[in-house]
Write a protein that binds this ligand. Structure first.
Ligand code: SF4
Length: 316
């Protein structure tokens, strides 16, 4: 089983536990760390978040000075170029998070709903099906632990985990053994909770002779946690197109299983003329949003929000 198939099978397994699951998300403040899987448990106001939009609420809208009370002149509410602010306001109105009001010749905006406290535990999962080919694993996990942006960090593998492996994995990191064929997951070691409300130390590069770090403040970590959660909610994990091949046989979770190759495939790399088994056909009529809605708590079409306001191009 290749890493892509392992990752998708684990996403499908976690989604069945009613968490929000996404993959390949940036989880650093200053660096370029990308986490294989992020899973999020619902917080106390998860239903309020579901009711706003199926998409990612623009982070700059949440971080702006636009509140839910008095409407604010839009140009005064953003710490960025007005063109960028205009785009953010348009996107926030389109997704139902902002609403506009006319104050004389000026457009003011307010939150149409207070931003909810919607996410609980944010867990990062690094996949390493074959622990004998660890790559940068140790540095990656050390970066996650020292930064403390995610509540929990877990290493997922299909390998048998030896004592030598365990010794190379930082203590706070949990370890799962996962069989992508059976969907069976064994907790080898529970993760420890990380101190996410404290400042963190971010490793931005590391070699045998030199380690470069940056300090991440509590505010930066809180902001990035919210960005990760929002991105996960909007993005999900089915970010691939099923191939236009008669042989593809997606399962109930929409996983791209190919009977000809007898495994999950990565359509962008495995499928097409490069494959001897390719049989051109229409793509399977599987709608990833429909599958996601059926199998998780994500709400694709929240009701009751106004989407009637036009672009700021008409306003001052
Ligand atoms: S193109 Fe090849 S790998 Fe892709 S579904 Fe068809 S037979 Fe399978």
């Amino acid at each position: 089983m290749r890493e892509f198939g392992f990752e998708l099978a684990l996403c499908a397994h976690l989604e069945a536990e009613e968490t929000i699951v996404s993959r390949q998300l940036g989880t650093s403040c200053h660096g370029s760390r990308v986490m294989d899987i992020v899973s999020i448990t619902p917080g106390p106001e998860f239903d309020d978040r579901r009711a706003i939009t199926a998409e990612t609420i623009p982070p700059l809208a949440i971080e702006s000075d636009v509140g839910a009370g008095t409407a604010t002149y839009w140009k005064h509410a953003f710490d960025c170029h007005p063109d960028r602010a205009r785009d953010v306001v348009d996107a926030a109105v389109d997704c139902g998070f902002f609403e506009r009001e006319r104050h004389k010749s000026r457009t003011h905006v307010r939150q149409s709903v207070r931003y909810p406290d919607w996410y609980g535990t944010i867990r990062g999962i690094e996949n390493k099906p074959d622990l004998d080919r660890p790559g940068d694993l140790e540095t990656q996990l050390l970066t996650d632990i020292e930064l403390g942006l995610l509540d929990e960090v877990v290493l997922a593998t299909s390998s048998y985990v030896t004592g030598a492996h365990r010794n190379r994995i930082p203590d706070p990191v949990g370890i799962w053994r996962f069989d992508p064929d059976s969907g069976e997951r064994t907790v080898v070691r529970e993760p420890s909770r990380l101190p996410v409300s404290e400042p963190g130390i971010e490793i931005t590069s590391r070699s045998s002779t030199r380690t470069e770090i940056e300090i991440a403040t509590s505010d930066e970590i809180e902001r990035q946690r919210r960005r990760v959660a929002e991105r996960a909610y909007g993005k999900g994990w089915r970010t691939y197109d099923l191939p236009p091949c008669a042989r593809i046989d997606p399962d109930g979770a929409g996983l791209p299983y190919c009977p000809w190759k007898e495994r999950l495939v990565r359509p962008a790399e495995d499928c097409g003329d490069c494959c001897d088994g390719y049989e051109p056909a229409d793509r399977p009529a599987v709608d990833p949003d429909t599958v996601r809605a059926e199998r998780s708590a994500w709400e694709p079409e929240p009701a009751g929000r106004s989407r009637t306001q036009g672009s700021l191009d008409n306003y001052g």
